[in-house]
Design a protein around this ligand. Structure first.
Ligand code: PLP
Length: 453
């Protein structure tokens, strides 16, 4: 395989190493110039006789597509393979198979190994036998099946709230929910590291959007003291466990702020369900809070719950409203029965297997300690299921990922614009099926490859 980004000469002596890094710097600068140029708007034709600029009617001249091409050509010029769209040949958990070779896998959020679990597979197969592969309609009309209701009851019980509703996509759950519930006279305040789906939902709602510094409850408090009375409804959005950094908010402080300022509080549990709390019930269990301390519990079925889709859990007035009017629910097909059945089975397995949650938390703590000892900048990670190794720029992150891949370790680089360029990183997802030896091997390889960067 020619996966390494490092020219052979760079490994032998310092002099060619310097030349190679100078070349990389020049390529990077040229890349940045091209990106800046591609981002410049092309003015529209001013007069009736003026030619319409080709950029306004050809997709290959779209600035977004230009950016994709410039980045992939730049990576090729530096001898870096694309880290994206790797073809996994089976189910991906602690290990995976790519291109006929086995890898230790740290790139999938199959936190408790429930995607691929025999009981979960069997539930999906049974649901296909009974209901087919599609419900062929929106739930509101003729797409409702018993498995949808069972799943939603189980999710509501998980949070100790009256109701829950599921959507066919986690991303669409946030977009549709925020787009429906809030409008131009409202304010949505969010942690600066909040997921893209929340930002898209806010944009759709037309509400005023204000970020606050990551996990900074005091800054939020001050912001609300200054802003609350200028708006009608105000929503604060947090994540239970932040997907890029692996840290979490001091939720009780945010709950207290919610009460004092009379605002709604929403927590996106995409990465905290199955991961936080002694039984994996999420950040609510971790802090021992009541379901009613948070107005909107949101989560996804695509991580711990081994399916695809999202949910909102909360009071009846919230869920009933969404079930009748949220566009991503009302105007979209109901969740395919095998997917709903798989997530329901995974939720039952979560309750049956607290030992897996404990194993995941132990492996996370082990990886965090070992990666730090090996010299990795793990940022603010709490060492649960997500540990970044922050390397400082996208090229270094892509090179590190390629070097580990060559050693049989699959860890995804997170590059600009997914994170700011200076915090480009590798992100390690841990799962309960990783062994202590897997963690040792990965942390050691990470340390060795970091030293060569
Ligand atoms: C915090 C967060 N919210 C929402 C989503 C969207 O969920 P899905 O991928 O299931 O659509 C993600 C996806 O990874 C996420 O990390």
């Amino acid at each position: 395989m020619t996966m390494s980004g490092r020219p052979k000469s760079a490994q032998r002596s310092a002099q060619p190493g310097l030349a190679a890094s100078l070349k990389q710097k020049l390529i990077q600068q040229a890349l940045q110039r091209k990106l800046d140029q591609a981002a410049r708007p092309v003015p529209a034709a001013a007069g009736p006789r003026e030619e319409i600029p080709p950029a306004h009617y050809r997709f290959e001249l779209h600035p977004g597509y230009q950016q994709v091409r410039i980045l992939s050509e730049g990576a090729a010029a530096m001898g870096l393979p694309s880290p994206f769209f790797k073809l996994h040949e089976g189910s991906a958990g602690a290990a995976t198979r790519i291109g006929g070779r086995s890898y230790l896998n740290f790139a999938s959020y199959n936190y408790l190994g429930l995607s691929g679990d025999e009981a979960v597979n069997a539930a999906a197969r049974e649901a296909i036998e009974r209901y087919g592969t599609s419900v062929s309609a929106s739930r509101l009309v003729s797409g409702e099946r018993p498995v949808h209701r069972e799943l939603e009851q189980a999710l509501a019980a998980l949070y100790g709230v009256p109701q829950a509703v599921t959507f066919v996509s986690g991303h669409a759950t946030n977009v549709s929910t925020l787009g429906l519930l809030f409008g131009p006279r409202d304010l949505i305040v969010h942690d600066e590291l909040i997921h893209n789906s929340v930002l898209q939902g806010i944009a759709l709602s037309g509400a005023k959007r204000l970020p606050f510094p990551h996990n900074d409850a005091a800054a939020l408090d001050a912001l609300l003291a200054a802003q609350r009375r200028r708006y009608e409804r105000v929503l604060v959005v947090l994540e239970g466990l932040y997907s890029m950094d692996g840290d979490y908010p001091d939720l009780p402080r945010f709950v207290e702020i919610r009460r004092r300022h009379r605002v709604f509080l929403m927590v996106d549990e995409a990465h905290s369900l199955g991961v936080m709390g002694p039984r994996g019930l999420g950040i609510r269990e971790h802090f021992g809070l009541a379901g009613s301390d948070v107005d909107i519990w949101m989560g996804t079925l695509s991580k711990t719950l081994a399916g695809c889709g999202g949910y909102i859990a909360g009071e009846a007035a919230l869920v009933e409203h969404l079930r009748h009017l949220a566009p991503g629910f009302l105007y979209s097909v109901g969740m395919p029965p095998p997917v709903a059945a798989a997530s329901l089975a995974a939720l039952r397995r979560l309750h049956e297997l607290p030992g897996r949650v404990a194993a995941l938390q132990a492996r996370g703590a082990q990886f965090l300690a070992r990666a730090r000892a090996a010299g990795a900048d793990t940022g603010t990670s709490a060492g649960l299921s997500i540990v970044p190794a922050i390397v400082g720029n996208s090229v270094k992150a892509a090179r590190l990922s390629a070097a580990l891949f060559e050693r049989g370790i699959n860890a995804q680089p997170i590059l600009y614009p997914a994170v700011p360029e200076q915090s480009a990183r590798l992100r390690f997802f841990l799962c309960s099926q990783h062994s202590e030896a897997d963690i040792e091997q990965a942390a050691q390889a990470l340390g060795e490859e970091l030293a060569k960067l």
